[in-house]
Design a protein around this ligand. Sequence first.
Ligand SMILES: [Zn+2]
Ligand SMILES: [Zn+2]
Length: 109
Amino acid sequence: MTGLELAILDCANCGARFMACPQCVCTVRIDPQTGFPPDVRVIDGKAVHNPKPDPEAVQRSEKRPVCDDCVRKRNAIRQKGGKAAAHMEGPWETWEERHDRTHREGGRA
Ligand SMILES: [Zn+2]
Ligand SMILES: [Zn+2]
């Protein structure tokens, strides 16, 4: 055992409660005033990418954890491409993937 503790977190996307390493968990920035990332605008109930986020919204946004289920779903949408994935950049890592890598390097003699 590495002695690392997992935290109970609430997923910013689906609201599920999940356990993850707080240092490795995937995070998104959420504007507490809207509940959405600062680069997302909601038009007619649909989330749309906002290429010019309001600097104030970026400032007040907070890093919020995202569960592995949502990371995988998001990556699957991205792989299929199309409109829904148009603003998605790069694959996201699940916290377990990142955790494995970060804590193993130099961790074991
Ligand atoms: Zn989730
Ligand atoms: Zn970790």
